[in-house]
Ligand binder design. Structure first.
Ligand code: ATP
Ligand code: LTN
Length: 354
């Protein structure tokens, strides 16, 4: 398909920690599949990550590791724009403008804000509150048709549509209204130790979260210890059997089987057998990605070049939307500003011209 006919996708993941099996199954796996047919922008949202305190060196390392993992998972940096959010200033700029069209009450209703402010009670900062506005800017800048996400991000996407609609209502058609793409299986992978909670990189449960860079023996151990129930049947029922149903979804995705197939395969077999098989399927799914990411991390220059190229491509599209928004808002057209390379040729205020 020619690029002009292709629909657009944007998605992002915070670099606030190691990528989890949840974000792979809920998001990245679908990014890879969709990249064949769409024009794709995939970013690492480091600006979102600082809404909770980050150690600077760890954040930098996590961001580059995440880029390596995107590529290792099968995203081709020549085909998709893979970039770091803070490299494209239009994200912050549009977020400011959209913030003036987002209501305080709307942001206060966001579940993620309520959860994260409860978890970080000593640091309920304004960025945590306005987080969804920056996410709306991420999406609307690219006029995305589709946003592949896990179930937990649905509310943020609805807010994005509401804000876009409000802006379009005042200024005329400006933003495309994006649709969420939430997978039927694996939209909400649960914590292996506490299957009532989402598996998350900031989870406090030990052994409940599997990360993409974990070693095979750690993964096998986590699945061996995974919480099930007092029964003995491998049956899909998230309400009455949350632990087993979660393991079934993970196994179905990693083995390419359907849930009825999985029930049949383990009918009459114990949980021990089942958990071992799930662990092994996860190890084999993650192994090539981990090995390739480790290899890519040895070549920092390559990673830096890939994300610089991605940022340039992203900025081209993002700046076009931002210019349109500024014009609609009534801002005076922005002049071309000097680049860092011109710094020595421009006088500071109060200094003589060079
Ligand atoms: P944090 O704990 O810092 O909030 P997280 O582990 O929840 O992070 P995100 O970076 O917020 O992960 O999510 C990245 C993407 O993966 C989002 O689209 C999100 O919906 C999806 N995702 C995250 N966790 C899961 C999960 N357990 N199951 C399915 N999808 C998930
Ligand atoms: N809010 C999301 C991460 C995120 C995102 C985005 C996802 C930031 N910007 C744009 C999709 C599209 C999260 O917390 N997982």
């Amino acid at each position: 398909m020619a690029n002009a006919e292709k629909k657009t996708i944007l998605s992002g993941i915070q670099s606030s920690g190691a990528l989890t099996l949840g974000s792979y199954i809920g998001a990245i796996r679908n990014w890879v599949e969709l990249a064949e047919d769409y024009s794709c922008y995939y970013c690492i949202v480091d600006m979102h990550a600082i809404t909770v305190r980050q150690d600077p060196e760890t954040l930098r390392r996590n961001t580059l590791t995440q880029l390596a993992q995107y590529i290792a998972a099968g995203l081709d940096p020549e085909k998709c724009a893979l970039f770091i959010q803070s490299h494209v200033p239009a994200h912050a700029e549009l977020a400011w403008a959209l913030g003036c069209y987002t209501m305080f009450g709307e942001l206060g209703r966001m579940i993620q804000f309520k959860e994260k402010s409860a978890k970080n009670a000593d640091n309920v900062n304004a960025g945590l509150f306005t987080y969804p506005v920056l996410m709306a800017a991420d999406i609307l800048l690219y006029q995305a048709d589709l946003v592949p996400i896990g179930e937990d991000q649905k509310q943020h996407l609805e807010l994005t549509r509401d804000v876009a609609q409000r802006f379009n209502g005042v200024y005329g058609e400006t933003f495309k209204l994006p649709e969420p793409y939430i997978p039927k299986i694996g939209a909400r992978i649960m914590d292996l130790q506490a299957p009532e909670n989402k598996m998350s990189k900031s989870s406090s449960s030990s052994g409940g979260c599997v990360c993409l860079m974990d070693k095979p023996e750690e993964i096998l151990r986590a699945f061996k210890r995974a919480v099930t129930d007092s029964g003995a049947q491998v049956r899909f029922n998230p309400e009455s059997k949350p632990g087993v149903s979660n393991l079934m979804e993970i196994y179905a995705v990693c083995s390419g089987k359907t849930l009825p197939d999985v029930e049949r395969e383990f009918s009459g077999r114990g949980y021990g057998d089942f958990k071992k098989a799930v662990g092994e399927a996860v190890v084999e799914t993650l192994r090539p990605m981990r090995e390739e990411a480790e290899r890519l991390l040895e070549d920092r220059a390559y990673l830096e070049k890939m994300c610089a190229d991605g940022a340039r491509r992203a900025a081209l599209t993002a700046d076009k939307t931002l210019r349109l928004v500024y014009e609609k808002l009534g801002f005076v057209a922005k002049p071309a500003l000097p680049s860092e390379a011109d710094a020595n040729t421009i006088a500071k205020p109060g200094e003589a011209a060079i």
